[in-house]
Design a protein around this ligand. Structure first.
Ligand SMILES: NC(=O)c1ccc[n+]([C@@H]2O[C@H](COP(=O)([O-])OP(=O)(O)OC[C@H]3O[C@@H](n4cnc5c(N)ncnc54)[C@H](OP(=O)(O)O)[C@@H]3O)[C@@H](O)[C@H]2O)c1
Length: 273
């Protein structure tokens, strides 16, 4: 009974460093703020210089943040990004693979280039950036304090999404594959003191969900057992847990943060008929 279970010890993130891809908006921006507010030095990256600049000015008032413009699907950009991260931090304790893309179209018109774009952003680029980040993650890793990789998957990789009525074949396939890649990498990298987990969010407000919420918000809320979309702090909480001491032994997990939507299959409680 000598262990210290105080929140300050269990969730203390001081001294850690993080790279968050797609950190310039939406869930990436929320996770960046959550980590920075808790003492993590963070690099955010995305393709748009303008979005990176706006995010940087919003985040810098909370602590240590740097923004680097990079396209995760470009090998040259990833090399430059990791060189910058190494120059800034020496090593890297947290990699959040969050950058993502979607494409919705009926099957008959679903273009190959749309399918390829989604798979290359949501899956191929995550694999490449992870492989290329391992040397930096190893530098910061120890058995007592493993380095972390957190992949942002989706509840759409856990079930077949129908509520928005716009088929997103590549998206759900890419996220299901990302969840399984997470498990394979957890087995591979665990012995090197790097944990690999995925978060599978339900619906949260972002640029990606603007159109869907405009047209289908009521159906989305009705489809969720909690009858609502997710709130910012519910993403902040799960990332803090996964990269904290409390999360040291969680490895190979895919954690749904979706109010139970992916397990409900549209089911209603008995008394609602
Ligand atoms: N919002 C939700 O309800 C929800 C639910 C489940 C899962 N997710 C996942 O959460 C992650 C973030 O999405 P979001 O909802 O926050 O949408 P978002 O606001 O559109 O954010 C996507 C981010 O990724 C960046 N990005 C896109 N393609 C990129 C590329 N090739 N290289 C580098 N950065 C790129 C975007 O910035 P640039 O345009 O500047 O590149 C942006 O910062 C995605 O993986 C998404 O699948 C979201």
């Amino acid at each position: 009974m000598d262990s210290d279970y105080s929140l300050n010890t269990l969730f203390n993130l001081e001294g850690k460093t993080a790279l968050i891809t797609g950190g310039s908006s939406g869930l990436g921006l929320i996770m960046a703020k959550a980590l920075i507010q808790n003492g993590v030095r963070v690099v955010i990256s995305s393709r748009s210089q303008e979005k990176c600049g706006l995010a940087l000015s919003a985040l810098q008032k909370f602590g240590d943040c740097t923004a680097i413009t990079a396209n995760v699907t470009s090998g040259e950009d990833r090399r430059r990004l990791l060189e910058e991260v190494e120059r800034h931090f020496g090593g890297l304790s947290i990699l959040v693979n969050n950058a993502g893309a979607n494409w919705g179209a009926p099957l008959a018109n679903y273009p190959d280039e749309g399918f390829e774009k989604v798979i290359s952003t949501n899956l191929n680029a995550v694999f490449s950036l992870t492989r290329e980040s391992v040397p930096l993650l190893k530098k910061s890793a120890s058995a007592e304090n493993p380095s972390r990789i957190v992949n942002i998957g989706s509840m759409d990789g856990l079930h077949v999404p129908v509520v928005q009525r716009v088929p997103t074949f590549a998206y759900s396939a890419s996220k299901a594959a990302l969840h399984h890649l997470t498990r394979a990498l957890a087995v591979e990298l665990g012995p090197q003191c790097i944990t690999v987990n995925a978060v599978a969010p339900g619906f949260f407000e972002s640029r990606m969900t603007d159109y869907i919420f405009e047209h289908y918000l009521k159906d989305i809320e009705a489809d969720c057992p909690l009858r609502r979309i997710g709130q910012e702090e519910e993403i902040a909480g799960v990332i803090i847990y996964l990269v904290s001491r409390a999360g040291n032994y969680t490895n190979g997990a895919v954690i749904p943060v979706d109010g139970g939507t992916s397990v409900s299959k549209g089911a209603k409680p008995w008394d609602e008929g």
